[in-house]
Design a protein around this ligand. Structure first.
Ligand SMILES: CC(C)(COP(=O)(O)OP(=O)(O)OC[C@H]1O[C@@H](n2cnc3c(N)ncnc32)[C@H](O)[C@@H]1OP(=O)(O)O)[C@@H](O)C(=O)NCCC(=O)NCCS
Length: 187
């Protein structure tokens, strides 16, 4: 019985992994065609990752930056950077997934990580990054953006609400004991 359970659990993990690989593969093909016309934010380039990981560490502590490492490479065209005097002080990363709406397949985006260097917070940087990146995603055909926010994270809740996101679902224990909100911004 235990052996059966273990096999089923492993099959389920393998299935989720495969589904994610296919989703990311298709999303990255779509995103590779996206262009950026903003003069306020730019997309990631070689050599940026070290500084981005510093900003990530300052924001999220020792949490392993798995998604940033994986998606900043796979979705380069939609990993946006904000600089002040040539120094990276903020970033926002998205990945693309596809959804069937009627007869059409439409691209949706998820903002999986956003952070601003501690000394630069509260100066409107995330608001600029959201405003500009949302505009870029929209002009490249994205129809909605999603974000997951810890309900205890007041700064993040305020930043996402200001960017126009609305709560569409509450997910219990999304962050350990804390619940999280799934938020949506329709474009
Ligand atoms: C969340 C975060 C990205 C916001 O970036 P920011 O550049 O400081 O945000 P902005 O200055 O653009 O502020 C956006 C809105 O949020 C509000 N806000 C910012 N910090 C706040 C705080 N600590 N408490 C309450 N509201 C806050 C601002 O007042 C502003 O709203 P307003 O213009 O209506 O007053 C930043 O605090 C951060 O990097 N936090 C650590 C990482 C993190 O939690 N990321 C989000 C994970 S989902």
């Amino acid at each position: 019985m235990n052996v059966t359970k273990t096999i089923l659990a492993r099959l389920s993990i393998a299935h989720s992994f495969l589904v994610r690989q296919i989703r990311d593969g298709m999303g990255s093909i779509i995103a590779s065609k996206f262009t950026n016309s903003s003069t306020e934010i730019r997309t990631i380039k070689d050599g940026d990752l070290e500084k981005i990981l510093e900003v990530h560490k300052e924001a999220f502590g020792e949490r392993v930056p798995t998604q940033v490492m994986r998606y900043s490479n796979k979705f380069k065209n939609i990993f946006y950077i904000y600089e002040v005097e040539g120094e990276i002080v903020g970033y926002i990363g998205y990945y693309i997934h596809l959804k069937r709406v009627g007869w059409k397949i439409v691209p949706l985006a998820t903002a999986y990580s956003v952070a601003v260097a501690e000394k630069m917070r509260g100066r409107g940087i995330s608001s600029i990054m959201y405003k500009e990146s949302v505009h870029q995603l929209k002009r490249n055909g994205v129809r909605a953006i999603y974000a997951y926010v810890n309900e205890q994270n007041m700064a993040s809740m305020a930043a996402h609400k200001k960017a126009g996101f609305e709560i569409i679902e509450e997910i219990k224990n999304l962050y350990g004991q804390d619940a999280g909100y799934k938020m949506e911004l329709r474009l």
